[in-house]
Design a protein around this ligand. Structure first.
Ligand code: URA
Length: 436
């Protein structure tokens, strides 16, 4: 086959600060997916994009080209509107678990195609796989039927959606080209637009435990994501939310399922409940449902009913107790005072090293591993009080988790106790988009 362009010309155009035209973008994304552009050429182009950037029309076209490499789902035949949420990833971020059944309980269907964790941020599928029998892989037909009957489905994204992104994301991961707004935005939105949701709410995390460490970068990413969704006809909005402190108290797969069930039972930590309800309102409003209060659906058990049906529809035992870690280690306060820092990255890396996350895609994760926070930011402690419990199935991992906690924040440590101090800042820091 004669190729329409030469990959080197495309790389050089971007390397020298030029803009790529539509035909070049369509070709390079398609040719890379079919193997006609080599990994080393695409990694060079990704680095040029990271350094030179892309304008809005280039990002739009790149996203469309990635969508065109795969299938598109269509939920327009369902009897209710659809809304989805995507988080850019954080520590203790289990919000999808209570959120999907909550929004479904309020009358809007939630097709939530999720991924597995890599690095210190956990993956929704890994969390749900702590439930005995639960199955992540569904066919498109099973997914559609469950959306119609139960209203919510959380499952693995099939290999048919934006295959260009699968290949490119794996390449970026090993070539230092992940932290690039045009590439992150097109990666996320190609999958979400191909998924076919009518409404999309983005939870863009900001802080030490997030991709985006500072608010300005997070705002730029959020605005780019919202533009891409809106241009593709998806009602899109974004919340910028705090990820300097872990969300809730349980960080690790089974611990996060337990905490999600507490939220669905009308309890749970205040920050997890707040973010779940705010995101639910945003999704419902995008779908035009403004007369149902999601907080009420949490309190009266309607969301819990949908959760049970959603888990059982995928083979899970909704009554099974979560596995308990055979090895634990306590972390206690070394002075009296108030906790002024509970660093999300430090705690996330500790949970990961305990076995909650994976270093390579093919690694297994431990259902019971992770960190439980008995105390968190803004809470008073006395010397000797229990602050956190480290949980693992492999005792040899405890030492490295302790090192992660001690070395966090440039060696200052993940936890700081001071004589007086900070309240937790607001969970929702800003909102971008038109859906209200
Ligand atoms: N999540 C994605 O799906 N893609 C990125 O590039 C970053 C986060």
């Amino acid at each position: 086959m004669t190729e329409a362009f030469d990959a080197v010309d495309v790389i050089v155009t971007k390397r020298d600060g030029g803009r790529l035209n539509d035909e070049q973008i369509d070709w390079v994304v398609d040719a890379y997916t079919r193997g006609a552009v080599a990994d080393e050429q695409m990694s060079s182009l990704a680095m040029a994009i990271l350094q030179r950037g892309m304008d809005r029309t280039e990002i739009m076209r790149w996203t469309k080209a990635m969508i065109a490499t795969g299938e598109r789902l269509d939920f327009s035949g369902l009897s209710r509107p659809t809304a989805d949420k995507h988080s850019t990833g954080g520590v203790g971020d289990k919000i999808t678990l209570p959120l999907a059944p909550l929004v479904a309980a309020c009358g809007v269907a939630v097709p939530q195609l999720s991924g597995r964790g890599l690095g210190h941020t956990g993956g929704t599928l890994d969390k749900l796989e702590s439930i005995p029998g639960w199955r992540a892989s569904l066919s498109n037909e099973e997914m559609y039927a469950q959306l119609e009957e139960v209203g919510a489905v959380i499952c693995a994204a099939g290999s048919g959606l934006a295959p260009a992104d699968k290949k490119l994301y794996a390449l970026r991961d090993v070539t230092g080209t992940v932290e690039c707004i045009p590439l992150i935005a097109s990666s996320i939105m190609s999958k979400k637009i191909a998924e076919g949701t009518g409404v999309l709410v983005l939870d863009v995390k900001v802080g030490s435990g997030a991709f985006m460490k500072d608010l300005d970068m997070a705002r730029e990413l959020a605005a780019t994501l919202v533009d891409l969704g809106t241009d593709a006809g998806v009602v899109t909005s974004a919340l910028l939310t705090d990820m300097s402190t872990p969300l809730g108290r349980g960080i690790g797969n089974g611990l996060e399922v337990t905490e999600s069930i507490e939220v669905l039972a009308g309890g749970g930590p205040a920050d997890v409940v707040e973010l779940t309800v705010v995101l639910a309102r945003e999704m419902l409003a995008g779908a035009g449902v403004t007369d149902v209060d999601p907080a009420e659906a949490l309190r009266d058990g309607r969301a819990m009913d949908v959760w049970r049906r959603m888990i059982e529809a995928q083979g899970g035992d909704a009554d099974a107790p979560m596995p308990v870690a055979p090895h634990t280690e306590e972390v206690r306060a070394d002075s009296d005072g108030v906790i002024t820092r509970m660093d999300a990255l430090g705690v996330g890396v500790a949970a990961w090293r305990l076995g909650a996350g994976r270093a390579r895609k093919e690694d297994p994760v431990q259902a019971s591993a992770g960190v439980f926070l008995h105390k968190t930011i803004g809470e008073t402690v006395r010397k000797g009080d229990l602050i956190m419990t480290l949980n693992t199935e492999s005792p040899g991992r405890i030492g490295r988790a302790q090192v992660a906690l001690a070395e966090a924040c440039d060696g200052e440590g993940a936890v700081e106790i001071a004589a007086r101090g900070a309240e937790r800042g607001p969970v929702v820091m800003d909102r971008i988009g038109t859906a209200t």
